[in-house]
Design a protein around this ligand. Sequence first.
Ligand SMILES: Cc1ncc(C[n+]2csc(CCOP(=O)(O)OP(=O)(O)O)c2C)c(N)n1
Ligand SMILES: [Mg+2]
Length: 410
Amino acid sequence: MKRIEALKVLLKHRTDEPLIVSVGYQPSELNSLGHSDLNLYQVNFPYPSPLGLGLALAIPRQKVIVSDGDGSAVAGMSTQCTIANAAPPNLIHIVWDNESWMTCGKIRDGHLGPMPTPTAGRCDFEQLARGAGIEHAYTVWDERGFEDVLVRALRDDKPYVIVAKVDTSTPVAAPVPYGMTENAIRFRRALVDKGWVDPMHAGASTYKDVGFDFGAGGDKGGVEAIYRDLREVVPREPGNLSLDHARAIYEGVKAAGIDMFVYLPDSSNYLVQRFAAEDPAMLSVSVTREDEGMAIAMGGFMGGRTSCIMMEASGLGMSYLALAWLGIQQRMATLILTSHTDGLGEYTDYHVVTRYLAEPLLRGMGIPHHTLMDVSDAKRMLKYATMTVRGHVFPVVIQLPRQVLWHDPE
Ligand SMILES: Cc1ncc(C[n+]2csc(CCOP(=O)(O)OP(=O)(O)O)c2C)c(N)n1
Ligand SMILES: [Mg+2]
């Protein structure tokens, strides 16, 4: 089938589902059939599916559709595992499988010949999605088959993957008349106008909205119970992780109003993540890669959550594309908490990556970053950082050096 024809079927059934659209020629095809501000175009690969996941988790009563390329979807394969386990009932992931990196080679009036993706060979994306744990993964070859599964997916409360086999035709379609920044801002406004996101969530924050009460917020009871359980097993001995510091940091997270906690474990940030993972009041998402996690956290932020990702700083290196593309150009934000810094106390040679990379990378991208030197400042700085994220709509990093995560008495 032709993608342009299948897109018409999609638009026939789409009412007000936000559409996360991958990079390349697809946005022009979609736009040629009619623009909606609920279309977010040019989400670079492999981020359409994690961004869609974050948004779907943030607005659970609303279906979210990811309109992806096969190259993009294969590049983000591990996200299928994250989606399967998060099991959002409202996420539909359409993969336009033309078995090629089709956008590359396109010229004004034709194409120089598509270069094949893995699905042109032995790779089957439906099987990948099923293997990842997504039960409702289907391949469709014609418009009728596509329509059948799409209608079911829109009704059913399960995550769906629809692999739509399409040819490599590239109809002449005018480019989208918005830059990425303008499109993304209009998309966010469309979510607000729909009533799904509080207009005060981001960009319009005032001190009245966020508040300077550093002791406020958070479900202390829940945190106390987790603390008591962990106290049984965490030794209070020098050279171990500090459970008391972890509690202080997690209480700061809650007091800052953070209600979505994305994480990839590291030995230093482990205990803080245990608090988040075991806190029933927290929407926590365990991820497979830091850049995937950033896209999820930013999707959550777009959907009105006050999100953060906690990760080892070495994962920043693989996140520069997500940070620059989604964070800087598309103005999506989140708070990033990183363990390991270029400061003192990092004695292991395998953390050399962080020493060389983290700070220069953040500086190079102009991303505000702050090192929390003393855990007694955790609550204040987490709140300040969250206020900056929401006020400036920009990623902000808090770096956590050894002394704030470990129990190293003098
Ligand atoms: C990180 C990165 N590398 C390379 C590119 C160049 N690029 C733009 S579109 C595209 C093809 C994407 O293939 P697919 O997802 O299958 O979509 P299709 O072009 O077939 O519609 C590529 C490789 C890019 N945008 N980002
Ligand atoms: Mg393709």
